[in-house]
Write a protein that binds this ligand. Structure first.
Ligand SMILES: Nc1ncnc2c1ncn2[C@@H]1O[C@H](COP(=O)(O)OP(=O)(O)OP(=O)(O)O)[C@@H](O)[C@H]1O
Ligand SMILES: [Mg+2]
Length: 292
């Protein structure tokens, strides 16, 4: 649905984006990850037309994004900007109308979205009387109110409490289930791992890993073997592998697939196996590996 191809942007000597390819499919949630300064906001601003890229193409349903295309996108900017003194109900309605919604519908849907985000009883409050996290929720409501086909959210989970994180995650899942394409950046990898279908990880302006999250986890870094034993084990007496970390009756190993069986057999002989797990690396481990 949304396709970015070969996007490059340089600021003086700084290469903010260097040939970035990014694809966000209809009905799927894509996490956009990378260290501070990696180029995520630059790419997202380019998609929304706020940055003029040096090279590259951006298409929505195979068409370069024009004014009509922009109206189909709900964008949450990294630098939040709303009217501090305007009541939040009026504010969300106002932005809905700016996106072309009839007034009555903007008012009704705006109230619904604010209600979904837990602000139904604050509609008359001016923005600047709300806490930081609640202001963030209003900004999200503004991005969501016109029920856009594409959600482009720059760090939407920042500043939200754990309950609001769950509410927003459910809301994004619901929008994706209705057919929206969702792209969001985040540094909260545990939230990302639970929520996304796809990930794109960038560092210094270049894509380092991309695809369905399960494939990305399988294809980068080594699987982790974890064992619990029935008896304490002197781990140095296991010749087959050295643990990455251990307690007397548990250990974690970084071990290639073809050697798992022999390591497990050695541990079982000495300590007796109580529990084994052998899983692809976590998203955090993959992130550390590919952005190194
Ligand atoms: N308007 C600008 N002028 C000059 N340099 C810029 C500008 N915008 C971004 N940069 C630089 O481009 C690089 C990428 O920045 P960007 O904001 O896209 O990173 P990011 O991945 O969003 O980081 P963060 O996780 O900190 O939000 C950085 O080195 C940044 O300093
Ligand atoms: Mg950013």
């Amino acid at each position: 649905m949304l396709d970015v191809t070969g996007l490059s942007k340089r600021y003086g000597d700084v290469v903010a984006a260097d040939g970035v390819d990014l694809r966000v499919a209809r009905g799927r949630i894509t996490g956009f990850l990378g260290p501070n300064g990696a180029g995520k906001s630059t790419v997202m601003r380019s998609i929304f037309g706020l940055v003029d890229p040096d090279r590259g193409e951006i298409h929505l349903d195979q068409v370069p994004i024009d004014a009509d295309g922009l109206r189909r996108i709900g964008y949450l900017p990294e630098q939040r900007g709303l009217y501090p003194k305007m009541p939040i109900g009026d504010q969300v309605e106002f932005f809905g109308r700016l996106k072309g919604m009839p007034a009555a519908r903007a008012r009704r849907v705006g109230r619904d979205v604010l209600g979904d985000l837990g602000l139904g009883d604050r509609l008359a409050s001016p923005l600047d009387q709300l806490s930081h996290g609640n202001q963030q929720r209003v900004q999200l409501a503004v991005a969501l109110v016109h029920q856009p086909d594409v959600l482009l959210l720059d760090e939407p989970f920042n500043g939200l409490d754990p309950v609001a994180v769950t509410v927003l995650a459910d809301l994004l899942r619901a929008r994706a289930a209705d057919g929206a394409a969702v792209l969001f950046s985040s540094h909260q990898l545990d939230v990302v791992a639970d929520l996304v279908d796809d990930v794109t990880i960038i560092a210094t302006g270049r894509v380092r890993a991309a695809g369905p999250i399960d494939d990305v986890r399988r294809n980068h870094g080594r699987p982790v073997l974890e064992v619990d034993t029935l008896r304490p084990v002197d781990w140095s007496s296991i010749d087959e592998a050295d643990p990455v970390s251990s307690t007397p009756s548990s250990a974690r190993f970084d071990v290639a697939t073809d050697r798992v069986a022999s390591v497990v057999a050695a541990i079982d002989r000495i300590g007796g196996l109580d529990r084994i797990s052998y899983e692809p690396p976590t998203l955090s481990a993959v992130f550390a590996e590919v952005t190194r």
